[in-house]
Design a protein around this ligand. Structure first.
Ligand code: AMP
Ligand code: MG
Length: 513
């Protein structure tokens, strides 16, 4: 570290007392116009001597901000929450939710502060939120802070997910400060600026249901429908329609996660976006060696949120949302019906995901069995998920010897089992007259070469923290660049597509962030 660790100069100071900064953003804060039951207005708590760790040019562009606009001292003060931004109306929202299956009556933005809703390019609206910006009335036992490690992980992963084509909240920037933050070890504070059309969660509805504030529940549902589900307004039963569309979006999101081998880690209902976005990145993980029962969060001792449990959990979480909406839908059976559209939607979405991953242009009987056998094979062999699919695109339908497909075959320890499966896969490809070159091009657009493997994030974090004595943010930037083109061959970055090195095998991720 190049600066000594210091405590905040004046812990009672708030950003509200500093002069506002104009970054040229227009704000129109619709959530802040809802009545007071939904939030507490408050300013972020400043952090001393902040520095910019990373910024996303792509996210800045959505706001119409030039990349340099985030690099000024004033912008860094804004991104830390040290100075208000002109037009913002900062607040922390209340919500509740089911954590690991247990209802917790009050959660809320315990360390996130919503600055407001910026009107970006083409009139698209983005709520800007500072995560790690200090305590709020919803902090419970927490310190209101986020550490640099988890902030970099969220920053990289949300941008990576977007570029993979998976719906997600976005990340504008990460700033750091040398202020110590106490987790399993002493770490340092950071603030991540997140962007989303809305940060409303399943748990936002649950809060107003369980506290019997049914007027507020309706106000929230109307707000979300008017802004994001206008087609539900036209339906005969708007709230049922809304629930059904949320169920469908959620189904498609989870199918995409399964396809890229993403485990969220903490699928509590407060971490479920009402817009069907990936939200609240904590101990997430992309699978390296595939294990269908993989649990990425080592605090999840029962494996509730294991990879192969995720779809079931989404359905369970939709029940929690549906229950909260019953005062509005006023019909329990119809509510169940709306929730259960998840099942069919997920089934067709996951079939579509795997058909695309296999490069199948048509739908045929037996496809599901072919997929399931492959998943069992990869799980039994602990084959690297990302590398396997990428290399499978190079398979030739008319290969004459098994070695012709060594690139993919060599990834599976049980070669005989792979050959048996590959024989059936070839038969299936022949049945639709599949062309090798054309199929490969298609498969490479859905099977990424680069994902945010834990060890890649870890290398970037260690160098950003200055674990070797020199703080260097270059690796975060480089990794972001690689992850912005996950489907392209990037020969100069071949190492970023490799399996984890030995030192990374023991990396553990917990809820502490
Ligand atoms: P999570 O599952 O990490 O999304 O967080 C669950 C709840 O705990 C949310 O209400 C968070 O705002 C809150 N929370 C998590 N970490 C902290 C912290 N360090 N300080 C205050 N609140 C926190
Ligand atoms: Mg959360």
């Amino acid at each position: 570290m190049d600066a000594p660790v210091t405590l905040p100069l004046d812990p009672t100071a708030t950003a509200a007392s500093a002069a506002p900064v104009d970054l040229g953003l227009q704000f129109d804060n619709s959530f802040a116009r809802l009545s007071g039951q939904f939030y507490t207005r408050l300013a972020p708590t400043p952090l001393p001597r902040p520095y910019l760790v990373a910024a996303s040019t792509a996210a800045a562009d959505l706001l119409g901000l030039a990349p340099q606009a985030l690099r000024s001292d004033e912008a860094v003060e804004v991104l830390t929450g040290n100075r208000p931004i002109v037009g913002s109306e900062p607040l922390a929202a209340v919500y509740s939710g089911h954590q690991f299956g247990v209802y917790v009556p009050r959660l809320g933005d315990g360390r996130a502060i919503l600055l407001g809703e910026a009107v970006g390019r083409d009139g698209q609206r983005w709520e800007l939120q500072l995560k790690g910006a200090g305590k709020t009335p919803y902090s419970r036992m927490g310190d209101g802070r986020a550490v640099l490690r988890s902030s970099i992980r969220e920053f990289l992963c949300s941008e990576a997910m977007h570029h993979l084509g998976v719906p997600t909240t976005r990340s504008l920037a990460v700033v750091g400060s040398d202020t110590p933050v106490f987790r399993e070890t002493v770490e340092t504070a950071a603030v991540a600026t997140r962007m989303s059309p809305s940060f409303v969660r399943f748990g936002s509805f649950e809060y107003f249901y369980w506290t019997k504030q049914h007027d507020a529940l309706q106000q929230l549902a109307d707000y979300v429908i008017d802004r994001f589900y206008p087609e539900s307004r036209e339906a005969p039963q708007p709230y049922l329609h809304f629930l059904e569309v949320v169920a469908r979006r959620t189904a498609r999101l989870f199918a995409q996660w399964q396809g890229v081998g993403f485990c969220h880690g903490v699928l509590n209902t407060d971490n479920m976006s009402i817009l069907g976005l990936t939200i609240d990145y904590g101990p997430f993980g992309f699978m390296d060696a595939f294990d269908a029962g993989y649990v990425c969060n080592h605090s999840d001792s029962h494996g509730r949120y294991a990879y192969n449990m995720q779809p079931q959990i989404a359905h369970w979480n939709l029940y929690a949302l549906g229950q909260a909406l019953v005062p509005l839908t006023d019909d329990i059976d119809a509510t169940k019906g709306a929730i259960d559209t998840f099942v069919g939607e997920y089934s067709s979405a996951i079939d579509g995901v795997f058909r695309a991953k296999l490069g199948l242009a048509t739908q045929q009987a037996g496809d599901e069995a072919l997929v399931n056998r492959l998943i069992d094979l990869l799980s039994a062999n602990r084959t690297d998920w990302t590398r396997f699919w990428r290399r499978l695109s190079q398979l030739r339908v008319d290969a004459t010897a098994p070695d012709d497909d060594a690139a993919v075959r060599d990834l599976v320890i049980d070669r005989a089992a792979f050959d048996a499966w590959a024989g059936d896969y070839r038969t299936r490809l022949r049945a639709e007259g599949s062309d090798d070159a054309e199929r490969r091009a298609r498969m490479e657009r859905v099977n990424p070469k680069y994902v945010l493997r834990n060890h890649l994030a870890e290398v970037a974090i260690r160098s950003a923290r200055g674990d070797d004595g020199v703080r260097d943010f270059g690796e975060v930037e480089r990794l972001l660049k690689v992850l912005e083109r996950p489907y392209d061959e990037q020969p100069e970055f071949e190492a970023y597509a490799a399996e984890p090195p030995d030192w990374a095998r023991g990396l553990e991720l917990s809820c502490s962030s």
